[in-house]
Design a protein around this ligand. Structure first.
Ligand code: 4AD
Ligand code: MG
Length: 435
C-alpha cells in the first residue's frame, strides 16, 4: 500500500522520497509548473508539483501514483507540505466530462451519488457515520448486550400496514421488515438483552427531510426491564455515541461547519416530559394541527405528535427530551398499556433538541396473551399472522421492552444536516431508488 497524505505531512519526512496513490482532485497549470492536488483513498489531499509538460494530458479524477520528495512550503494548501514530483504513473485517465465540479444542483449530486461520494462533504459524512456505528456497537459490547440479526424478509407488519413494502416471495406474499423488534422479542427468552443493527424499510409516501424508505435501525430488547431502565439505556447510549464522535471526528464536523459546543452538553439525564404535559405546553402556545379536511384545530389530548409539534417542543432545548406515556391509540399494538392509567401506553420517544425531532421510540411490550390478541384485532390485523409472536406470550411470558434508534436521524442531528439524505451514502426515498 502506498502511504496516505496525512502520513506524509510531518517535518521528519521533509527531504524524503515518498509514493502516494490517489485521484486528481484539483489541477492548476502555470507556465512552468503544474500543481496537482492528489486525493488519497481516505480523502486526504496533498499538493504535488510537476514541470507543466510532465502532466500535460492529465485530467480531474484521473487515478495516479506519484513519487517525489517531501518539502515544506507555507504556500502549499492543505497544511503546508507538498511533494516535488519526480514520477507520475497514470492508472487511468478520466474523461474530461467528469460531472461533479464546484456548483451543482442537489438533484445532480444525487443522480451521480456514486461520484458524489468522492466529495469532501460526503467523505466527512461517511467517516462520521462509520464512527457513530462503531460507537454504538462498542457501547452494547461493553454493557453486555448480545448482538443478533433478524430477517429483513417477513410476513407481518410491526409499524402499521400503510408503510409496508410488498414483495413476491416465491409463491407467496411477503414484506420488507419495518423493524426487527418482534424477532428481538423472541430472542430475549434464550439470549437475554440483545441488540441489532439492520436495515428497516418504510414505504413512506411523504417527502420530508427526515424520512427514508430504507434506514439503518439500531434496536435493543431485554427481559425484566422497566421503562425507566429503557430510558437510561438510551440516554447513556446516545450520550456515549455523541461525546465520542465529537472527539474522534472533530475535523470532519468542523469541515461540515457543525458547532459542537451544543453537542458537548448532551449528557444524562435527559428530561422526562409526560405526554399530557407536552400537549398542555403546545396548547399554551396556541399550537394547531391540520385535520384531514385541511382545516386547523387546536391540538388536544389524544393527538399524536408530529414533526411540527416536536419542533415546537424542542426548539429551545439543548438536550434530548423523552416524551413518555403516549396514548395507546396512537401507538402500535405491541405497546403495553399502563395497568393503573388505562389508555396510557408505557412508551416513550426521544426527541432530539433544536427541532430535529424523534430519534428513538421504545417502551414496554404488552406481555399478556389476551390483551395483545385484542390489540392485534383492534388494529385490523389478523392474529393468525402473528401466531408465532403470540407463542412468546403463551410460553413463559415475561415483562420486557426495548427501543429502536434511527441512525440517520441521529446522524442528521449530529451533523446538523438539512436533509436526512445527506447522512446516508446511497439514499432510498419515494422518488429515488438509483444509483
Ligand atoms: O418509531 P419507530 O417506527 O419504532 C419502531 O420501529 C419500533 N418497533 C422500534 C423498537 O422498539 N424496536 O422507528 C424507530 C426509529 C424512529 O424513532 C426513527 O428514528 C427511525 O426509527 N425511523 C426512521 N428513520 C428514517 N426514515 C424513516 N422513514 C424512519 N422511520 C423510523
Ligand atoms: Mg416512533
Amino acid at each position: 500500500m502506498a502511504i496516505r497524505a496525512s502520513q506524509i505531512k510531518s517535518p521528519t519526512n521533509v527531504g524524503k522520497d515518498v509514493t502516494i496513490r490517489g485521484w486528481v482532485y484539483r489541477l492548476r497549470r502555470q507556465k512552468e509548473n503544474a500543481f496537482v492536488l492528489v486525493r488519497d483513498d481516505r480523502g486526504g489531499v496533498i499538493q504535488c508539483v510537476f514541470p507543466a509538460e510532465k502532466v500535460s494530458g492529465l485530467t480531474i479524477e484521473s487515478s495516479v501514483e506519484v513519487t517525489g520528495t517531501v518539502s515544506q512550503d507555507a504556500r502549499a494548501p492543505e497544511g503546508g507540505y507538498e511533494i516535488k514530483g519526480k514520477i507520475i504513473n497514470v492508472y487511468s485517465t478520466a474523461g474530461t466530462d467528469y460531472p461533479i465540479g464546484e456548483f451543482q444542483s442537489d438533484e445532480l449530486l444525487l443522480d451521480k451519488r456514486h461520484l458524489t461520494l468522492r466529495t469532501r462533504k460526503m467523505i466527512a459524512m461517511a467517516k462520521i457515520r462509520a464512527t457513530v456505528l462503531e460507537l454504538g456497537r462498542r457501547w452494547f459490547v461493553e454493557n453486555d448486550w448480545m448482538e443478533v440479526t433478524a430477517p429483513t424478509i417477513v410476513k407481518g407488519a410491526v409499524e402499521g400496514g400503510s408503510t409496508l413494502f410488498k414483495l413476491n416471495y416465491f409463491d407467496e406474499e411477503a414484506y420488507l421488515s419495518q423493524s426487527a423488534q418482534l424477532y428481538l422479542e423472541a430472542m430475549i427468552f434464550s439470549l437475554g438483552p440483545v441488540w441489532s443493527l439492520t436495515p428497516s424499510f418504510r414505504a413512506e409516501k411523504s417527502r420530508t427531510v427526515r424520512h427514508l424508505a430504507e434506514f439503518s435501525h439500531l434496536e435493543a430488547e431485554a427481559p425484566w426491564i422497566t421503562l425507566e431502565e429503557i430510558l437510561q439505556v438510551q440516554e447513556q447510549l446516545v450520550s456515549y455515541m455523541i461525546q465520542n464522535t465529537i472527539k474522534a471526528r472533530a475535523q470532519e464536523l468542523a469541515y461540515l461547519k457543525r458547532d459542537t459546543s451544543e453537542l458537548k452538553k448532551v449528557v444524562p439525564p435527559f428530561e422526562r416530559l409526560p405526554y399530557p404535559q407536552a400537549i398542555e405546553t403546545l396548547r399554551s402556545k396556541g399550537f394547531t394541527i391540520t385535520q384531514e379536511d385541511g382545516g386547523k384545530r387546536e391540538i388536544k389530548l389524544g393527538d399524536d405528535l408530529n414533526i411540527d409539534s416536536e419542533r415546537e417542543l424542542t426548539k429551545d432545548a439543548t438536550k434530548p427530551i423523552f416524551v413518555i406515556g403516549y396514548p395507546i391509540s396512537v401507538k402500535p399494538f405491541y405497546v403495553k398499556e399502563d395497568p393503573v392509567h388505562r389508555g396510557v401506553g408505557l412508551a416513550a420517544d426521544m426527541l432530539a433538541p433544536a427541532g430535529f425531532g424523534e430519534i428513538t421510540s421504545g417502551g414496554l411490550r404488552e406481555d399478556d396473551i389476551v390483551s395483545i390478541t385484542d390489540r392485534i384485532k383492534n388494529e385490523g390485523l389478523n392474529p393468525a399472522s402473528y401466531d408465532w409472536y403470540l407463542d412468546l406470550r403463551r410460553y413463559g411470558s415475561v415483562p420486557h421492552g426495548g427501543f429502536g434508534l434511527g441512525i440517520e436521524r441521529l446522524m442528521r442531528w449530529i451533523t446538523n444536516a438539512d436533509d436526512i439524505k445527506d447522512t446516508v451514502l446511497f439514499p432510498r426515498t419515494m422518488s429515488r431508488v438509483a444509483p
